[in-house]
Design a protein around this ligand. Structure first.
Ligand SMILES: Cc1ncc(COP(=O)(O)O)c(C=O)c1O
Length: 487
């Protein structure tokens, strides 16, 4: 097992030695009560060892710079390196979050312009950048819905979510103090309109939906859904995690949505996964605007920028400071470097790539053992069912996923959405070449072919990764997040 950097530490060893202080030491500058009595416990290590340590660690994890990462619903697309250069500029990277607005005009301008761009993309006029994850954007949306209804003098108890919804949707609804009511899925993969009609009443605060949904299909009845929801006095919430399929082509605001969250770290690029910083801004319609989180980044009449705290109906703050600023810089760079046409082209290519890979996987063994769950033209992702594969070869979707690692591919999302038996959810993204997509389809075919001869091969996979098969249930329920010293 790789030693921790502390285990590699040797007393007195240094990577860097600061020059002697050549100005008089001001003992009064920092009062005693703020001084440590003991020096901090830091690893003592040479520079080459530090470089080797972190380089080795970085190669142990599968990442999008290492290979194809078709993790459905997560949009693991290439993160252009230009964004890293821009985000690393001293004026952005070294800006203190408590800097007075008058001294942080450039950062506020970037945030304001990002708000404007996101508003245009969603087709909704007002944006708050504050939420720091898609799920926190959802929470903001539920709290905004509550504030909106309360301001109308109405108390509603339920929020509807389709049975295809991402797990964070019902979890957020519960956190927001509402009761979750599930709406079924029709044969074409869209919302079951009859079920919706039966459930949407004046006790419903909102319907949370993503379009395309998590089956990767666009709900053609969205206008009717919007009318049903609005006629009942409820809000329509858009889970923007799937915006990568439609940005620049269709706008949730035009479909009738009142509140939208974006996953900047997915659609608008940012290294994510493994808990990297994210951003889940929200966009809202006029009627929801008074309740947006406080403060808002605003542009004054004289062209300068400020933070507006004077928002009496606001739901309040969702976090300290304004959000993960580095994510804003990267997303801003992404939007400006692609432009409106480039964003539309990215969506089109994401959809084309998904349909190409879906068609490739419909050929040969995969077509029989791993059929597509809802066989329609898909958007940026599609869902396969490993039910026949399990029945005929004894291979679970998890086994296939693990064996893909040996072929150099990150597995697609497995066992989600829940309504598909042995689900495998594939999102190739627009940044992959035809060659990568073909190689992935060939690998699936080869795994199925070898499983016909020897199913045990996949069942014991992976063989080539730094760790073999893990006890995932135990790791989730009883995570050990500190490596014991000496192990
Ligand atoms: C459809 C959908 N909604 C919401 C989320 C939540 O986003 P986040 O992981 O940023 O909280 C995700 C991502 O995991 C998602 O795929």
């Amino acid at each position: 097992m790789t030693q921790t950097i502390f285990e590699k530490s040797v007393e007195g060893r240094r990577a860097f030695v600061a020059p002697e202080l050549d100005v008089p030491r001001d003992e009064e500058a920092l009062p005693d009560r703020f001084r440590r009595t003991e020096p901090p416990r830091l690893p003592e290590i040479s520079e080459p060892e530090i470089v080797r340590h972190y380089t080795t660690l970085s190669t142990k994890n599968f990442h999008v710079d290492a290979g194809f990462y078709p993790l459905g619903s997560c949009t693991m697309k290439h993160n252009p390196k230009l964004h890293e250069r821009v985000a690393g500029m001293a004026g952005f990277a070294r800006l203190h979050p408590l800097q007075a607005p008058s001294r942080a005009q450039g950062a506020l301008r970037l945030m304001w312009e990002l708000q404007q761009a996101l508003a245009e993309i969603a087709g909704l006029p007002h944006v708050s950048l504050q939420p720091s994850a898609g799920s926190q954007g959802e929470l903001a949306g539920v709290l905004l819905t509550r504030a909106y209804h309360e301001a109308q003098g109405s108390r509603r108890l339920k929020v509807l979510t389709p049975d295809t919804a991402h797990g964070t949707n019902p979890a957020t609804v519960t956190m927001g103090g509402y009761q979750v009511v599930k709406v079924g899925t029709a044969d074409d993969g869209g919302v079951d309109l009859d079920d919706l009609r039966a459930k949407v009443d004046d006790d419903v605060a909102s319907l949370m939906l993503t379009n395309p949904n998590t089956l990767g299909v666009f709900d053609r009845n969205i206008e009717e859904i919007s009318t049903l929801v609005h006629d009942a006095g409820a809000t329509l919430y858009y889970d923007g995690a799937n915006l990568n399929a439609v940005m620049g082509r269709a706008r949730p605001g035009d479909m009738g949505f009142d509140i939208v969250h974006y996953n900047l770290h997915k659609t608008f690029t940012q290294p994510h996964g493994g808990g990297g910083p994210g951003a889940g801004p929200i966009a809202v319609s006029e009627r929801i605007e008074p309740f947006l989180p406080r403060p808002q980044v605003v542009k004054r009449d004289d062209g300068t920028f400020n933070l507006d705290f004077d928002r009496p109906q606001s739901i309040g703050r969702l976090r300290g400071f304004q959000g993960n600023f580095g994510v804003f810089v990267r997303s801003y760079a992404y939007i400006l470097s692609l432009g409106a046409d480039g964003l539309a082209e990215a969506s089109e290519t994401a959809v084309l790539n998904a349909n190409y890979l879906k068609a490739r996987l419909a050929e040969g063994r995969a077509g029989e053992r791993l059929p597509v769950a809802f066989d329609r033209h898909c958007m940026h992702e599609f869902v396969l069912s490993g039910k026949p594969m399990k029945r005929e070869l004894g291979l679970a979707t998890l086994d296939l996923a693990k064996r893909l690692l040996d072929f150099g591919f990150h597995p697609p999302t497995v066992y989600f959405p829940l309504l598909v038996d042995e689900a495998l959810m594939v999102e190739p993204t627009e940044t992959e070449t035809k060659e990568s997509l073909d190689a992935f389809a060939d690998a699936v075919e080869q795994i199925l072919e070898e499983a016909e001869r020897d199913p045990e091969l996949a069942k014991n996979a992976p063989y080539t990764t730094p760790v073999r098969r893990l006890d995932e249930v135990r790791a989730t329920r009883r995570p050990v997040v500190r490596q014991p010293l000496g192990s």
